[in-house]
Structures are given as structure tokens and as C-alpha cells.
Design a protein around this ligand. Structure first.
Ligand SMILES: Nc1nc2c(ncn2[C@@H]2O[C@H](COP(=O)(O)OP(=O)(O)OP(=O)(O)O)[C@@H](O)[C@H]2O)c(=O)[nH]1
Ligand SMILES: [Mg+2]
Length: 442
């Protein structure tokens, strides 16, 4: 249902994990990708541009400790998506309350009344529904049937023309139930007649919550609608329906971008159980294909910087850690941490010195990918025939493979020998450069 948007965004995240280094050019290309995905999902161009601007501004901010530029960028995209898709989730309180559903014609109010009743029923509360739609013929029968299906009490007065009278009598009749859900009539537009009618029902029913129901298939105009309903009828929250039947989900899900009212539920089908609590963070994680941001970051990095930095500092590290630590200049953050730990915070290393040529890094990654788990953890097991196999598998030469192994071994040897005091001396004497050259970084 959000497949297209999801696929587009996942591709972008994938791309970030594959960049050899992350600079302005890469960030711009990532922003262009995201813009394309969001616009295709019918997100308002203004929202898309403000998101782009924020990503561009923040992309090169100082890195939080233990985070690489790559992780930071993914986290930034995640945060900004959450930001436009609703920030914090709405609160669902499981206590007795009266809920009034309002919205335009065919937005999904009546079916949502039944779905909501089902939701609270599953939570162990006793819901009941009242049909205050005295405008559309057969509104009564529709809700009556739906409520029968889920075994929830129904109240309506067939010949009554005033919805507020139905509300009053219905509330009295249903007073022993925990959650009273009131369905109301729609109109083609938020006109004076609809406003007057809702206000009248509202005055009589005095609901705890007024929920606007908007169908996702109206795309970005959902936002104007939400704003208008909030201004005129002071809605408390929003339910977006029909998310299963549109590729323009982004438009409706950004409906609460500038409203106080938050999207509380979404509906994803016609059956009573097709209603879900809406949590922007979980939604974005799901869309990006990750359980949560933590696993997202782990996937992006394979080995988290912190872990590999620690391993490196202790001299016990495999090839993965080695490549992860020097894979880009952006990784300076974590390399710096090692230095800090050694009391060498004052040492300034020219950024250029740490940059391994991009092409070489690419080769090294191909080589690593052609190795087995065992070989990566301990490259000393690599003998002639294994080197030959890896060279063939990675499309590199045997001497490329040997060079990587050599750099790895040298770095390991040197880091093992590192002694904070000695390192400081070395650095002062300008020996740091030679150390780095030894690591294949010079
Ligand atoms: N596929 C799909 N269809 C839905 C969803 N929600 C509602 N519908 C359908 O949308 C149509 C309109 O839904 P209703 O609940 O009758 O809408 P309403 O707002 O009560 O309409 P009026 O009473 O005429 O104003 C029905 O055919 C529903 O089955 C959904 O999440 N997915
Ligand atoms: Mg209806």
C-alpha cells in the first residue's frame, strides 16, 4: 500500500550505505531522490522543500559521539520524515469517553465508527454506536448492520430529522457503555449547513473528542481540509481512511503538518479490523524497512563505530572493523575517539591524510565481500589458494588482496604497540604521518 514510497526511500537509504564518502554532492543527490519519492506520493511541494532545506542545513553539523556521517545522514532523514508525517503519536486513552466523528461525504465515517468500536472492544472496553446522520438515506441501516456484525449496541431514530435530538436520546440510552461513538452526516464541502449541524450535535453531546475523518485518496488537499475543520470546528484528532487504495498516501499523512490535531488512526481496508493506531516513528521505520531506528543504524553500518572503535583500540579487530574504520574521511569522528581515549585529543591530523583513495576503498570492499566470515574475522588464515579465490571472486588482482591484508596486519601491529605516551611523543616528532603511512593511509 505504501509500496512505491517505501521502495523509493529504501533505495535512497541503500545508496547512502554504498557511498564511499559523503559530501555535498552525495547529500544533494540523496535529497533529490527523497524529493522525487515524496512528490510522487503527493506530498505538498512546500513541505518537501522545507524538509530538503533542513536536511541540507543539518547534514554537516557536528557529529554526535560515536556516530559516523553516514549514520548521521540516515538518522537525519528518518527524523525529518517523522517530522513531516506527524512527529509524536497521538494518545489513546482507554477510559470512558464520547467520540464524535465528522467529515465530508464518503470519507469513511460510518465504517470507521464500526472499526473504532471494534478497536475499543478488543481493548476490553464496552463500546456503543449512535447514528446521528439524519441526512443520507440508509445511513441508519448501514451503521445498524455494521454494528451487528461486530456485536456492538446501536442506537438510531429512523424518522428523526434533527441529529442533535438523536444524540441526546442516544447518549441517555447508551449511558452504561464505556465508549460512545457518534456518526454524523457528511456534505460535499465544509459548508454552513454542515458546520451548523455539527455544532448543534456537539453542543448536545459534549464529546470528549471530535475526530475528523479524511480519505487518503484526496491526496495533498487533505491538509487544507484538516486546517479548515480545525479552524471552524476545533477538531481534536484525525483518522485517515482508505490508505490501502491509493498511491498518494503521503498527501494525507502529512495532513497534520500544521494542525494541532494529530492523525490518531489509519484505516487500511473495508473490514472492521482494518484500523491501526498511527505512530509516525514506527510508520517511518516500517516504510524504510527497519524494525526501529536502532536496527536501521546497525544495518547502515554493519558494525557500529563504537564497537569497532573499541575493538581497534584494544588491537583485537577483524577486517570488517578495519574497513569500517577507515572507509571514509567521515569516519574521522570515531578515529578521533580512539585518540581521545589515548589522551591525544590535542593531536590535529590533517583530514586529507586519513583519506584512502576512493578507488582503493571500493576494491577493498569487493575483496571483503568475497571473503567468508571466518576469513574476515581473522585474515591470517588466508593462504595462496584462498587469495587466488578471493581475487577471482572480487574481480581484483591477487596483489590487491595482498595489499589489503598487509595494511590490515600493519595497522594491527602498530595499534597493539600503541602506548599513549609513546604515541604523543611520536606525534610531536611528526611521527604520526609515518604511522598513518604504515596504516596505508598516508
Ligand atoms: N478500501 C477501503 N475502503 C474504505 C475504507 N474506509 C472506508 N471505505 C469505503 O468507503 C466508502 C464510504 O465509506 P463510509 O463509511 O460510508 O463513508 P461516510 O463518510 O460515512 O459517507 P457518508 O455517510 O455518505 O458521508 C464505503 O464503501 C467504505 O467501504 C478503507 O480503509 N479502505
Ligand atoms: Mg456515513
Amino acid at each position: 500500500m505504501f509500496e512505491k514510497l517505501s521502495q523509493g526511500l529504501r533505495k535512497t537509504i541503500d545508496k547512502i550505505t554504498r557511498f564511499a564518502l559523503i559530501d555535498r554532492k552525495e547529500v544533494d543527490s540523496v535529497i533529490r531522490d527523497i524529493q522525487r519519492s515524496l512528490l510522487a506520493a503527493d506530498v505538498d511541494v512546500k513541505i518537501v522543500f522545507s524538509l530538503s532545506k533542513r536536511i541540507r542545513e543539518k547534514a554537516f553539523e557536528k557529529l554526535p559521539p560515536g556516530m559516523s556521517r553516514r549514520e548521521y545522514l540516515i538518522k537525519l532523514i528518518y527524523d525529518e520524515l517523522v517530522n513531516i508525517l506527524g512527529k509524536e503519536p497521538a494518545k489513546v486513552e482507554l477510559k470512558p469517553s464520547k467520540i464524535l466523528l465528522i467529515g465530508l461525504f464518503g470519507s469513511g465515517k460510518t465504517t470507521t465508527a464500526a472499526k473504532l468500536a471494534r478497536f475499543y472492544q478488543k481493548k476490553g472496553l464496552r463500546p456503543a454506536v449512535i447514528c446521528c446522520d439524519t441526512f443520507r438515506p440508509a445511513a441508519y441501516e448501514q451503521l445498524e448492520q455494521l454494528s451487528k456484525k461486530i456485536n456492538v449496541p446501536f442506537f438510531g431514530i429512523k424518522e428523526e430529522k434533527d441529529g442533535s435530538i438523536v444524540a441526546k436520546k442516544g447518549l441517555a440510552a447508551m449511558s452504561k457503555y464505556d465508549i460512545i461513538i457518534i456518526d454524523s452526516a457528511g456534505r460535499d464541502a465544509l459548508d454552513d449547513e454542515l458546520v451548523a449541524e455539527i455544532k448543534k450535535i456537539n453542543n448536545v453531546a459534549n464529546p470528549d473528542e471530535k475526530i475528523l475523518v479524511i480519505p487518503a485518496d484526496i491526496g495533498q488537499s487533505a491538509r487544507q481540509q484538516a486546517k479548515a475543520f480545525e479552524e471552524i470546528l476545533d477538531i481534536d484528532s484525525i483518522i485517515v481512511t482508505k490508505l490501502d487504495s491509493t498511491a498518494r498516501a503521503g498527501g494525507a499523512l502529512t495532513a497534520s503538518y500544521e494542525t494541532k490535531a494529530k492523525i490518531k488512526f489509519i484505516t487500511v481496508g473495508e473490514k472492521p479490523d482494518d484500523l491501526e493506531f498511527y505512530n509516525p516513528k514506527r510508520f517511518v521505520s516500517r516504510m524504510l524497512g527497519m524494525g526501529d531506528i536502532k536496527s536501521l543504524l546497525e544495518k547502515a553500518e554493519e558494525v557500529t563505530d563504537k564497537k569497532s572503535a573499541k575493538k581497534i583500540a584494544s588491537g583485537k579487530f577483524g577486517l570488517d572493523d578495519f574497513i569500517s574504520q577507515i572507509s571514509s574521511v567521515q569516519k574521522m569522528g570515531s578515529f578521533k575517539q580512539i585518540l581521545d581515549k589515548m589522551g591525544l585529543s590535542s593531536v590535529k591530523i590533517p583530514t586529507k591524510t586519513l583519506a584512502v583513495h576512493e578507488d582503493k576503498m571500493k576494491k577493498w570492499r569487493y575483496i571483503r565481500d568475497s571473503m567468508t566470515q571466518e576469513e574476515r574475522a581473522d585474515p591470517t588464515v588466508l593462504d595462496y589458494s584462498r587469495i587466488k579465490r578471493i581475487a577471482k571472486g572480487s574481480g581484483c588482482t591477487e596483489s590487491d588482496v595482498r595489499e589489503l591484508i598487509r595494511s590490515y596486519k600493519q595497522s594491527k601491529k602498530m595499534i597493539r604497540k600503541m602506548n599513549p605516551k609513546r604515541m604523543e611523543k611520536l606525534a610531536k616528532r611528526g611521527g604520526f604521518g609515518s604511522l598513518l603511512r604504515g596504516l596505508g593511509m598516508g
